[in-house]
Design a protein around this ligand. Structure first.
Ligand code: SAM
Length: 248
């Protein structure tokens, strides 16, 4: 039956593709992808030959309409992005939205996502995370976004474009306490994978210690603000009780 399969692909190591993903990519009528060269390269590795449809940031709305029409004609289509999970800091959400809007079936195929991969090996102990994704490139806007995150108690997850990690670390150090733990997850699943945890105050020195660290794909995790202590809550309750007594 007509279905849009949202298929996660590897974020580095090609063998991270799932057996189910390979099966679905083999059975669909076409694959909608962010960059046809990238996806044909991946498919070649597994001997899969399929018609590819470009569905990137600049044509996502039109691509969504074309995909809806093909599904309405009974086709099965897979949606992939260049790396990881479509729709997570990648195109895909508008297509899924249009397909749901047309009353058609969407089936997700789970797989790699850089955020969850980094979190799983971070050792940061927190049940909650706050996905920020890419920060604005402009310093002023970046500062505004970071200031708005100062009281977030969940672990924060940032994606950083290659070549911008030095600026990112400096921007974090300018806004958050130097004792906050930060995790740099670099080149995950690739040959030069590194996962380093340190207080924010040591971040710049860690990056500077190896010239390779100034580039590469990074997920940056930042520990959340400490939760309000029980002592603080008890004090608030004491004052509230005094006020309530005054009111009665
Ligand atoms: N859709 C992808 C996902 O599910 O994670 C994210 C795509 S986003 C355009 C690319 C960003 O993800 C990179 O700039 C980097 O922050 C992060 N990323 C992707 N692959 C990575 C890897 N192998 N190691 C570290 N970070 C990675």
């Amino acid at each position: 039956t007509a279905t849009l399969y949202v298929v996660a692909t590897p974020i580095g190591n090609v063998t991270d593709i799932s057996l189910r993903a390979l099966h679905v990519l083999t059975l669909v009528d076409a694959i909608a992808c962010e960059d046809t060269r990238n996806t044909s390269h991946l498919l070649q590795r597994f001997g899969i030959h399929k018609p590819l449809v470009a569905a990137h940031m600049h044509n996502e709305r039109e691509a969504a309409q074309a995909i809806v029409q093909r599904l309405q004609a009974g086709e099965r289509i897979a949606l992939v992005s260049d790396a990881g999970t479509p729709g997570v800091s990648d195109p895909g959400a508008k297509i899924v939205d249009a397909v749901i809007g047309a009353g058609l079936r969407v089936v997700p195929l789970p797989g790699a996502s850089a955020a969850v991969t980094a979190l799983s090996a971070s050792g940061l102990i927190n049940d909650q995370f706050h996905f920020v994704g890419f920060l604005p490139a402009k310093a002023k806007q970046r500062e505004t976004v970071l200031n708005g995150l100062r009281t977030v108690t969940a672990t924060m997850v940032f994606y950083e474009a290659p070549h911008r990690i030095v600026d990112c670390a400096a921007a974090l150090a300018a806004v958050f306490e130097p004792t906050r733990q930060v995790v740099f997850a670099r080149e995950l699943t690739k040959l030069f994978e590194e996962i380093h945890r340190c207080p924010l105050s040591d971040a710049a020195a860690w990056i500077a210690a190896d010239a390779h660290r100034e580039k590469g794909e990074y997920v940056v995790l930042l520990a959340g603000a400490p939760e309000a202590t029980d002592a603080g809550d008890a004090e608030a309750e004491r004052i509230l009780n005094i006020l309530l007594a005054e009111c009665s």
